[in-house]
Write a protein that binds this ligand. Structure first.
Ligand SMILES: Nc1ncnc2c1ncn2[C@@H]1O[C@H](COP(=O)(O)OP(=O)(O)OP(=O)(O)O)[C@@H](O)[C@H]1O
Length: 561
């Protein structure tokens, strides 16, 4: 090996320490020098880098040990005794190890900055709910016409005397935004939506109904249930207590949930006679009481919205990003929606006319306290979720058996990838019948159709990565969301910079925080963009950012070939 090459190798080896073995190496070095370990969270540090192949992980640890030894006095003594040629090679190693130290310092500073930024933005999302003591009876509401229907429920527009729009158009229960002029008239006059579940076989006592329809209560706010029902659920009176979720701008909030006798609502005899109780239809099979859920009334579902509008490039990306933020929020709370589709996403327009998306209909969700996002799949009777077309490959291909588990931690993110085609004006490839249609159980990634050329490259990259068959090679919703945040707001500042430098990233994050804080101070309304930026900063984490950057660089490189 030539002298120059040896020096270069020494330096390169130390650089790879930086890249792959940074924290273990630095820990070992600090330990050898008897210094206390600072700042680096242990659990996080132990996680493998996204592109470090498993076979190199052992190597990472040994490189770490090597870096530590380079710092030790013994090696320094060895250095002084070595020939000039070897000394230069050792020095090159030393320089690299010095860089490890420097990078570690940057890491400490960036981790601390991330923590502070998170704390600043992690305020609880307020869903503009005002605590009323009423709204737990059907009689509290005026019910208008039917606005939707699924396989399990009919949804009606509703208003409540205690929550009617007041002078100036403000509704105390579900606060109207300044975008009211965009809304169809009925939404302004009926600010609420009432979902009446169809009850076949769930019994007629409140406890039985709440128990068997408990998934619908997952997005319910703490005041949604009346005190006695709340304490029943809290004390596990029902066999199964689903997780409760905190509010999020991209997830529906159920304001009220109560049981009542099934009324004869407009269109009932014509549209769903079979599920009515015999009291209303002698041939009906429904129970006498059922569950009612009160939510905000949204003017469109995503499917309806896309039938009448073509989102711009940026709006399309913001829509995908909102779905990812909503899904990430669910994952963080150990909940998988399992039935994401454009009918289960509601849309309203913000004050700038940008579509604001919320995920709704939790009837198929997985929200069990014991297993989190992993479902034991030991029998065919276990329900693996809703809509089979948009079932992620790992769910659709799972075979039941002893010890089998379905991991849902990235399945909703996969569905977002499929819905992105609809957002960008194409047919969802997993819906189309015929030779062009793809089957999530069998498709190959190269069969995925290209998105229209107007779609930004990074968005294209994210969609393709989300639709990877192997969940281990697929980014999580958080990482995919970060990729879009970086692409939307980091581009200009960071394109020309060295992203591997944590300092560059931390500087950018601090700038973003300042911008969002300043925008938040202005009396103007909250917009989709502002809300998304707040979400990003509230969840900012160094490892997820690094992973997002890694995926972006990798995806961009692939896209250009
Ligand atoms: N909050 C709301 N605001 C406006 N429309 C709504 C609202 N909630 C539901 N809808 C409308 O009602 C339809 C049916 O609602 P939902 O999907 O919750 O019922 P479901 O019977 O549980 O559906 P599925 O067949 O997917 O199980 C939706 O597709 C939508 O058109």
């Amino acid at each position: 090996m030539s002298f120059k090459l040896a020096v270069l190798r020494g330096f390169q080896l130390s650089r790879s320490l930086l890249h792959w073995g940074l924290k273990p190496a630095a820990r070992a070095a600090a330990k050898l020098r008897g210094e206390p370990l600072r700042g680096v969270p242990v659990g996080r540090a132990a996680q493998p880098r996204p592109f470090l192949p498993a076979r190199y992980r052992y190597f990472r640890v040994s490189l770490g040990g090597l870096a530590a030894q380079l710092q030790s006095r013994g090696v320094r003594r060895l250095l002084s005794a070595a020939s000039p040629r070897n000394r230069v090679v050792f020095l090159a190693f030393g320089l690299g190890a010095g860089l490890v130290e420097q990078q570690l310092e940057e890491d400490h500073a960036s981790t601390a900055a991330c923590r502070e930024i998170q704390a600043l933005f992690k305020k609880k999302f307020q869903n503009s709910f005002k605590s009323f003591t009423s709204g737990y009876k059907l009689n509290d509401y005026v019910i208008g016409k039917q606005i939707g229907k699924g396989c399990n429920a009919a949804v009606y527009e509703a208003a409540a005397s205690f929550a009617m729009p007041q002078e100036g158009g403000r509704c105390p229960l579900a606060e109207q935004k300044d975008s009211e002029p965009h809304l169809p008239r009925s939404v302004a006059h009926f600010p609420l939506a009432m979902k009446m579940m169809w009850n076949i076989g769930a019994g007629s006592s409140s406890a039985d109904i709440l128990s068997s329809m408990s998934q619908e209560l997952v997005p319910a706010c703490p005041q949604a249930l009346k005190e006695e029902n709340r304490s029943n659920t809290l004390h596990g009176h029902f066999g199964y207590v689903p997780r409760k979720m905190s509010a999020h701008p991209n997830v529906i909030t159920v304001y009220r949930a109560f049981t009542a006798e099934v009324p004869l609502l407009p269109g009932a005899q014509e549209e769903y006679p079979d599920v009515l109780p015999p009291r209303l239809n002698p041939a009906g099979m429904g129970n006498n009481r059922t569950l009612f859920l009160v939510m905000k009334n949204y003017p469109y579902t995503l499917r309806q919205y896309l039938e009448v509008s073509v989102p711009s490039r940026k709006e399309g990306t913001l829509m995908v990003l909102q779905l990812l933020e909503g899904v990430d929020h669910l994952c963080q709370q150990g909940i998988a929606h399992r039935d994401l589709k454009s009918d289960n996403v509601l849309v309203e327009l913000d004050s700038d006319g940008c579509p604001h998306l919320v995920i709704t209909d939790f009837g198929c969700c997985l929200a069990e306290g014991d297993f989190g996002l992993k479902l034991p799949f030991n029998s065919r009777c276990v329900n693996r979720g809703g809509n089979a077309c948009l079932m992620a490959p790992e769910v659709a291909t799972a075979v039941p058996g002893p010890g089998m588990i379905i991991d849902y931690s990235k399945s909703d993110a996969w569905a977002v990838g499929a819905i992105a085609y609809e957002i960008f004006g194409q047919r969802n490839p997993f819906y189309s019948a015929g030779p062009e249609g793809l089957d999530s159980r069998k498709y190959q990634e190269k069969q995925l159709p290209l998105l229209p050329s107007r779609v930004p490259t990074d968005t294209h990259v994210v969609v393709r990565l989300l639709l990877r068959r192997n969940p281990r090679k697929r980014p999580s919703a958080r990482v995919a969301a970060n990729m879009l945040h970086i692409s939307l707001w980091g581009g200009q500042a960071l394109d020309s910079q060295d992203w591997s430098s944590m300092k560059t990233m931390a500087d950018w994050l601090l700038c973003q925080s300042a911008v969002v804080l300043l925008k938040g101070c202005s009396p103007s309304r909250s917009t989709v963009e502002m809300e998304l930026q707040r979400c990003f900063l509230a969840n900012v984490n160094l490892d997820d950012l690094r992973a997002a950057m890694g995926f972006l660089i990798f995806g961009r490189a692939q896209h250009n070939f």
